[in-house]
Write a protein that binds this ligand. Structure first.
Ligand SMILES: Nc1nc2c(c(=O)[nH]1)N[C@H]1C(S)=C(S)[C@@H](COP(=O)(O)O)O[C@H]1N2
Ligand SMILES: [Mo]
Length: 323
């Protein structure tokens, strides 16, 4: 196995603890698998996949944004999800997202860019450094988690395609494949698939906005948006669109899924804001995982989810009107 590492730096100095621990675990497991495959008489290497586990283990992951708050367990973060393409229950994504094929994976880049195209994921990510970013995730439904993502700034990838001066927004689309996404086949779904989200250009360019390809030191599980999803920590979770297949640079503000569905309840901006309530519930507090019936672990919600450094993006904007 190929481990690219500068010769004089120990991995523990540059790789967050959780990442290199699970990487060692992976190496142990993959050695076991290889030995097993040998006795089964399998020869050769598997066919190319979008992001094989080795893709991550062969890379250094630098510590990006740390956070001095208790992390949500991997079990909760990968077992309690919103991913309506697989159903509306919190347990549905973990149960059914394995039905989605994530290799090969192509991403189409269109609209106001000098270099549009359709790219295989691995090619598209070449030369991009990975970081571990421990972020709060605040769902509009008033629960929250702390998750260690592995990813890179949105700006780094979008910059590769050279946006034109007409590019004012970025629109993202999720995979639309009803044969593998039972929520898209559902009779009861009133969502007009595919799931669409968008950011203003200055929001997409903010260093806190990332694409994630991993979490908890491993590649993303399907239920969390494999193989590539957005994470915008100062906005409600529905902005952090999963399993992206299209990135479109546009002149006009994208029509995002939840805004189209219920405009009085979900806006385009969706900045976390304890002072602007959802029409049906308060946003002043949230349930932080781990949370139980007897110990809901309720904490005060913070403006911009605690990421004050984004405030300058919204100077002069009425956040009550542009929710
Ligand atoms: N394509 C797609 N992306 C999505 C959703 C979805 O239903 N479909 N749900 C959103 C919501 S409401 C939240 S809170 C987060 C949840 O991310 P997580 O399951 O990784 O915690 O994903 C967001 N991204
Ligand atoms: Mo959400």
């Amino acid at each position: 196995m190929l481990i690219k590492r500068p010769p004089d730096i120990r991995s523990s100095e540059i790789t967050p603890e959780s990442v290199y621990r699970s990487r060692r675990r992976f190496m142990r497991e993959s050695l076991t698998v290889a030995a097993g495959a040998g006795t089964a008489g399998l020869v050769g290497t598997p066919t190319a996949v979008a992001l094989p586990a080795e893709w991550l283990t062969a890379r250094e992951v630098k510590a990006g944004v740390p956070l001095d708050e208790e992390m949500t367990s991997e079990r909760d973060a990968t077992g309690y999800n919103n991913f309506y393409e697989f159903g509306t229950d919190k347990e549905d994504p973990a149960k059914y997202a394995h039905e989605m094929t994530v290799d090969p994976w192509t991403v189409e880049v269109t609209g106001e860019v000098e270099k549009p195209g359709k790219f295989g994921l691995e090619d598209m990510l070449s030369g991009i450094d990975l970081e571990e970013r421990i972020y709060r995730l605040r769902c509009v439904e008033a629960w929250s988690m702390v998750i260690p993502w592995i990813g890179f700034p949105v700006k780094k990838l979008i910059g590769k395609f050279q946006p034109t001066s007409d590019a004012k927004y970025v629109e993202f689309r999720t995979l639309h494949r009803p044969s593998e996404m039972r929520g898209q086949r559902s009779f009861f779904s009133n969502i007009d698939w595919p799931y669409v989200e968008g950011l203003r250009m200055d929001e997409a360019n903010h260093p806190l906005a990332i694409f994630a390809v991993g979490m908890y030191g491993k590649l993303l599980p399907n239920q969390n948006g494999a193989p590539i999803r957005l994470v915008v920590p100062w906005k409600y979770g529905f902005k952090s669109i999963k399993s992206i297949v299209e990135i479109r640079l546009t002149k006009r503000q994208p029509k995002n899924t939840w805004n189209v569905l219920q405009p009085s309840e979900y806006g385009f901006f969706a900045n976390v804001n304890p002072n602007v309530d959802h029409p049906r519930w308060s946003q002043a507090s949230e349930r932080r995982f781990p949370t139980t019936l007897f110990n809901p672990n309720r904490i005060a919600t913070r403006m911009f989810n605690g990421y004050d450094e984004v405030a300058s993006l919204y100077k002069g904007l009425d956040l009550g009107r542009y929710y």
